[in-house]
Design a protein around this ligand. Structure first.
Ligand code: NAI
Ligand code: MG
Length: 396
């Protein structure tokens, strides 16, 4: 029997391409795992009216962790038109299977490292107008995004039930919408709990402490989102007191987009509510070369699902054109979580070496190699690392 049982969820579009790349590397590294294929994604919404079928949920319950490619999500109106005809009158509601999975398995923490690897032609060089021959800006950030609450908590109404509408109208600030009429109003909520805020803030500080990082920045907007942003900010400040050697500071979501563009090297650990974390993680990914370099982990107390930050990029689906580094670095996070530290380190060193050499690269890095060519190059170095006890380390 294998040591690990891993739920294998390619999903949609380029999810399949990059998962195939991950498999090349995991197999070459001889990870002692059994991979259980799971149905998930748009195809299952269209055919069955459920993008996360119950049989997949059962597999997840019986596996060590999950590895996930990407899914395609569409707004409800589009989702309904793509349902098979016999399902159309069943009042089905589309939900994103990854969002559902995070909630169902209480994967409360989304950890998203963004790091510039030496030699990446896409590395950020600052605002080049001021300094056209600037060196790469060295970026090494880790985002802790709350993963089950906030704006993506899924509590939405459209149209509003009368009871909800009436309750809201008790608030005088509802006046402008009251004038527009119940049938013309939609509501998406942002519900946060003290427990959810405390959990994500503590994880960010604990991570900073464990890895010797000196700064944790909260991203919020408490001057406008006074209740939810206010609660998160109060909890952050309270927890920060327990970590006096770490600099805890705060930035508004809009302001940080500007500061991140000007001085990304100054930031280290970032912590945010679900939607703000989603936004800022794409921004940070852009600073280290784009979505082809951004891995992520959805972490719960006893289960975890690992996925690259990118989506299904339908226009590249099945072409083996996209960059697998995000997925390979995601597999590295999974190996770390499994306690396979040596393999995890070798995998990251191999990715880093392939980037530095610049010989095998996908279109986004100016190359013509395929997704699987890159995976094979990484796999070769990852295995070689084992033979030479970290041969890749000395090359950096
Ligand atoms: P996307 O991440 O799929 O792609 C946006 C663009 O980024 C692509 O067109 C491509 O130019 C680039 N890109 C993405 N991954 C890349 C890679 N590995 N290598 C090189 N370039 C890469 O986002 P988009 O187009 O907004 O969404 C497409 C679909 O994916 C939508 O249905 C969306 O809902 C879904 N999505 C799913 C996510 C998930 O599975 N967790 C996350 C984000 C979007
Ligand atoms: Mg996103």
């Amino acid at each position: 029997m294998s040591k690990y049982k891993i739920a294998w969820m390619p999903g949609d579009g380029i999810g399949n391409d990059v998962m195939e790349a991950a498999r090349i590397v995991l197999d070459e590294m001889k990870v002692d795992a059994e991979y259980v294929h799971c149905d998930i994604g748009w195809e299952f919404w269209c055919k069955e009216g459920n993008a996360l079928p119950d049989r997949t949920v059962e597999v997840l319950k019986n596996t060590t962790c999950g590895l996930f490619g990407a899914i395609t999500s569409k707004p409800q109106d589009d989702a309904l038109t793509e349902l098979e005809p016999h399902l159309r009158d069943k009042k089905l509601v589309y939900f994103s299977p990854i969002v559902k999975m995070r909630q169902m398995f209480n994967l409360h923490t989304n950890m998203r490292p963004c790091k510039s690897y030496e030699g990446n032609p896409l590395n950020y060089r600052g605002t080049r107008i001021a300094n056209p021959i600037a060196d790469d800006v060295a970026i090494d950030q880790v985002i802790f995004r709350e993963n089950t609450e906030g704006s993506y908590g899924g509590v939405e109404f459209g149209p509003l039930p009368e009871s909800v509408y009436d309750a809201l109208c008790l608030n005088p600030k509802m006046k402008p919408w009251k004038a527009k009429g119940l049938e013309n109003v939609a509501l998406s909520t942002r519900i946060v709990s003290k427990q959810g805020c405390a959990s994500i803030c503590r994880q960010a500080f604990e991570y900073a402490k464990k890895t010797g990082r000196k700064r944790v920045t909260l991203i919020e907007k408490p001057n406008v989102l006074r209740e939810t942003g206010g609660l998160m900010t109060r909890v952050f400040r309270e927890i920060a007191k327990e970590y006096p050697s770490i600099w805890a500071d705060e930035a508004n979501i809009d302001a940080i987009c500007m500061w991140m563009f000007k001085n990304p090297q100054d930031y280290s650990v970032l912590v945010a509510e679900n939607m703000f974390g989603d936004i800022v993680s794409d921004l940070c990914a852009g600073l280290v070369g784009g979505l082809g370099f951004a891995p992520s982990a959805n972490l719960g107390d006893t289960y975890a699902v690992f996925e690259p930050t990118h989506g299904s990029a339908p226009k590249y689906a099945g072409q083996y054109k996209v960059n697998p580094h995000a997925m390979l670095l995601t597999a590295k996070m999974m190996l770390d979580w499994l306690g396979e530290t040596d393999r995890a380190n070798r995998l990251e060193q191999a990715v880093s070496r392939v980037i530095l050499e610049g010989k095998v690269k996908t279109y986004d890095m100016g190359g013509k190699d395929s997704t699987l060519d890159v995976a094979r190059a990484v796999a070769a170095y990852a295995v070689q690392g084992a033979k030479t006890s970290c041969g890749a380390c000395s090359s950096q």
